[in-house]
Design a protein around this ligand. Structure first.
Ligand code: MG
Length: 401
């Protein structure tokens, strides 16, 4: 039998639910044996495509797809300079695809390769929202009626934009204006309303989106203690991790952090000093399953639970990878869930399913999910330069997400 090698590497761009998704397909010398991986960096999808097509593909062709760890390590240092989000996402696409191939070769779903299930399914949380407390309460109740037990609560637009009492300066630049002080005042009010109306039986979460100054994050975490949040997410930006020590000393509100992280040096101090309760990295952003399983094990030793990032700009392939990790990690905490449109399900046969608030991986070999390239081509990525929300404070200063 001839030696198995990587024959081709392709990037597939598709947007069946609006977000620009990037999926990498690694084909092997064995006819019909291929793997899929998520490389989605929705704001810089063309840069990721170039990183895969122009650099990783020629680097990989002819290599042995069995050797996942060696390929990950050598690809990571191949450009000398350490990876940032573009190269990490590109590497993730390859890495997940190699794990998918390994599962197909073994005839086992990925969770079996990771040690087998230590739970049947992964509890998920959904996003409730509304313009005000009353609308938000309706949204929370709708998810409760669908048997969801964990619900993230936000008011206003992304990051909680709220009508500001401030006037804008003359010639203010266009953007989504956001008042951090009005936002910080609104959050305890919001949870006070929800706990009074719906009680404490359901778990509530909140995402600060790193949008307040550090001392306000400390005050907010303290003020939210009586409402017993499941977690408070991203109270501080990655640039502010020194502030976590003060936050921890001041408040017992559980903290989740990490969707903007790229590198182990960002998460290591938070974990080993026990400054957070949940790690929330975006798995493709850190380079794929190979670094994620190591991160989960590091967290296990320090009683930090996993809460992998799971928004709409993770492809269904990435969501499948999340769920395989979720059911096989002893220190799993919760899985963010955004659901799949019918169009996404048609492009990605085998999407993981949610029933009664739990996500189930499917039992097909590997990641258990496929891509229909003809369907994918029906949903091209939109033209133009994609950008994250250009948010400004009342005086016009850009807000760091
Ligand atoms: Mg978030």
């Amino acid at each position: 039998m001839s030696k198995l090698t990587i024959r081709d590497v392709k990037t597939i761009l598709t947007a069946p639910a609006g977000s620009r998704l990037i999926v990498v397909k690694v084909e092997t010398s064995e006819p019909g044996l291929y793997g899929l991986g998520c490389a989605t960096f929705t704001q810089r999808h063309l840069a990721v495509r170039s990183a895969v097509d122009d650099f990783l593909k020629p680097f990989l062709i002819g290599k042995d797809p069995h050797r996942i760890e060696d390929i990950w390590q050598s690809a990571w240092v191949n450009s000398y300079w350490r990876n940032g989000p573009v190269l990490n996402n590109a590497l993730s696409g390859v890495d997940m695809a190699l794990w998918d191939i390994k599962g197909k070769l073994a005839g086992m779903p990925l969770y079996q390769l990771l040690g087998g299930k230590c739970r049947e399914a992964a509890a998920v949380y959904r996003h409730a929202g509304g313009r005000d407390e009353v609308q938000l309460e309706e949204s929370v109740r709708a998810y409760m009626e669908q048997s969801y037990h964990y619900i993230r609560c936000q008011m206003g637009g992304y990051g909680g934009s709220e009508q500001s009492a401030h006037r804008r300066p003359e010639n203010a630049l266009p953007g989504a204006y956001f008042d951090p002080d009005a936002y910080a005042r609104s959050v305890p009010r919001m949870f006070d309303h929800l706990r009074k109306k719906i009680g404490f039986e359901v778990e509530l979460l909140h995402d600060v989106h790193e949008r307040v100054v550090p001392i306000e994050a400390v005050r907010l975490a303290k003020q939210l203690e009586p409402y017993r949040l499941f977690f408070l997410e991203d109270p501080l930006a990655p640039e502010q991790i020194d502030w976590f020590r003060m936050l921890r000393q001041q408040s017992a509100t559980p903290i989740a952090m990490g969707e903007l992280f790229n590198n182990p040096q960002e998460w290591k101090p938070l974990i080993v000093e026990r400054l957070i309760d949940f790690i929330r990295v975006h798995i493709s952003q850190i380079g794929g399953l190979t670094p994620a399983k190591k991160l989960a094990s590091l967290c296990e030793a320090f009683d930090v639970r996993t809460a992998w990032h799971g928004p709409g700009d993770v492809s269904p392939v990435g969501h499948a990878a999340n769920v395989h990790l979720d059911v096989s990690c002893p220190n799993f905490g919760i899985q963010e869930w955004s659901g799949f449109t019918d169009a996404a399900k048609s492009v990605f046969p085998g999407c993981p399913e949610v029933r009664n608030g739990y996500a189930y991986p499917n039992d097909r070999p590997g990641l258990g999910i496929d891509i229909d390239e003809t369907e994918a081509a029906k949903y091209p990525c939109s033209d133009g330069v994609p950008a994250w929300t250009m948010t400004r404070t009342p005086d016009g200063t850009v807000v760091r997400p």
